[in-house]
Design a protein around this ligand. Structure first.
Ligand code: SF4
Length: 378
């Protein structure tokens, strides 16, 4: 190690110590060992997109919350603030989490299986889910987390250097670091790197259409099919998410859907049936549907994990509605993580955890019967 490298490592180490000792929120895993930003440093780098002046203040038009803010006020998502009469995003070039994940972890099972996704997130979210797994970063703001200095150009360079097929905007909520995700995705496109949006789908149509112009794949959470549950469990509404699903599909972004089944909240089989029927009736039969197991976390620590039988029942109901690719996630060792050819029943992709152990798809078709398996394979 040269003297310069040693000094740099020392500086990074000291900043990490400083951040931890001051009670900053730190997301522990990271592949990026570059500069750490000083807390709160340089948060007014970018004016927010989709802002509108109104008599009551500046309105953010990114998501259905449509926050109206006066000077100095911070948005519901903790990411936007009015400064000198303009709305700024505080989440630009300052991710608090940077990792390389298998694409299966998003989860995306029909999009370049076995490839690596350079994954980034800033603090903040526009929903307040009681069961949030990443609440330490989603329910805070970028000026309270320990952040890396990682501007869009650098994200693309790092992704390429680490042989990542894609960049994933994930963990917290890319809707609320929209400008950062959009600018990075635009540069990634030019560099031949794909873009993945892992999101709650709680976004207004106009910004979503713009984001879709640079997105290649998305996994969207459909958290319940009941309006009142949606509101109580997440703080959001169901209809905007359904609208988003249609937009992603219509704009040609490869889409997969996750339904996390939370005991006593979203485990009603009739409601799951209604959700599957809606998906089937609205052209989502070829869209992979991931039923995911809940584990006790955050404000729902008192609940048990989702019984596996409920997940299996949900899968049966979905199959009955004609949905072709159904998965059960978060259950170690279960065979419902494999991709089965809907025509001949052959296992075309086998997985162990996030690892692909067998791939029987060539040119997008089942090797045994030639049936087209929908997805983006190569
Ligand atoms: S993205 Fe954030 S600031 Fe904009 S409307 Fe939604 S919650 Fe409010």
């Amino acid at each position: 190690m040269t003297r310069k490298d040693f000094d740099k490592s020392k500086r990074i180490f000291l900043k990490k110590c400083l951040a931890l000792s001051s009670g900053m929120v730190c997301f522990p895993r990271s592949v990026f060992s570059g500069e750490i930003l000083t807390p709160g440093q340089d948060i007014y780098k970018r004016e927010a997109m989709f802002q509108e002046e109104t008599p009551r203040g500046i309105m953010c038009r990114i998501c259905p919350n449509e926050c109206v803010l006066k000077e100095g006020e911070v948005s519901q998502c903790n990411n936007r603030k009015v400064h000198n009469s303009k709305l700024y995003t505080m989440a630009f070039g300052n991710p608090c989490s940077v990792n390389i994940d298998p694409v299966e972890k998003k989860p995306l099972y029909h999009f370049f299986p076995g490839s690596r996704a350079y994954s980034i997130a800033t603090a903040g979210c526009n929903l307040v889910c009681l069961n949030c797994q990443n609440w330490t970063i989603s329910q805070t703001s970028p000026d309270k987390t320990m952040n890396y200095d990682l501007m869009p150009e650098k994200v693309v360079t790092e992704a390429s250097k680490n042989k990542c097929r894609s960049i994933a905007y994930t963990y917290s909520e890319p809707v609320t670091f929209y400008e950062y995700a959009f600018e990075t995705a635009t540069l990634a496109r030019k560099a031949g790197i794909k873009n993945i949006i892992k999101s709650n789908g709680y976004i207004n149509p106009e910004p979503l259409k713009k984001l879709c112009s640079v997105a290649d794949a998305a996994n969207i959470d459909l958290k319940s099919f009941n309006d009142s549950t949606y509101l109580k469990l997440t703080g959001g509404k169901l209809q905007p998410v359904l609208d988003s699903l249609k937009i992603y599909k219509d704009m040609g972004v490869w889409l997969e859907i996750t339904n996390l089944i939370v005991p006593t909240w979203s485990d009603n089989i009739d409601e799951i049936g209604k959700m599957c029927k809606w998906l089937s009736d609205n052209g989502f039969r070829d869209t992979p549907l991931h039923f995911s197991r809940f584990y006790p976390v955050y404000k729902l620590e008192q609940l048990p994990p989702t019984p596996v039988d409920i997940l299996k029942n949900a899968a049966k109901v979905a199959a009955g509605e004609g949905i072709k690719y159904i998965y059960i996630g978060n259950v170690p060792g279960n065979e419902a993580a494999d991709t089965i050819c809907p025509s001949c029943g052959t296992t075309v992709i086998a997985r162990q955890g996030f690892r692909v152990t067998l791939n029987n798809i060539s040119n997008g078709k089942c090797n045994k019967c030639g049936f087209e398996i929908k997805g983006v394979w190569n």
